[in-house]
Design a protein around this ligand. Structure first.
Ligand code: SF4
Length: 80
């Protein structure tokens, strides 16, 4: 379980740098959570995350790992 002050987004910087997917990850995020650093790594301001999942869709396999918020927190989507 994560405390509220712990990031729910874990970046594998080696994969990000090796694949160059940091550019797409940073560009896709409407909340500007990611900043691509000059060395190709990503810095993360996780508190701004809207939990839309877009970054997971564009990231290279293994580049991002998510720890979903504990029950009752975060954005919830419901059908109907
Ligand atoms: S889930 Fe959405 S808002 Fe959160 S970091 Fe990824 S792209 Fe940005």
């Amino acid at each position: 379980m994560l405390d509220d002050d712990q990031t729910h987004i874990e970046v594998n910087q080696e994969i990000v740098k090796a694949t160059g997917c940091g550019t797409a990850i940073a560009a896709c995020c409407a909340a500007r959570v990611y900043t691509e650093e000059p060395d190709g790594s990503l810095s993360v301001e996780y508190a701004a995350c809207l939990e839309c999942g877009t970054c997971l869709a564009v990231a290279a396999p293994g580049a991002l790992k998510w720890h979903y918020p504990r029950g009752g927190f975060g954005i919830q989507f419901r059908e109907g």
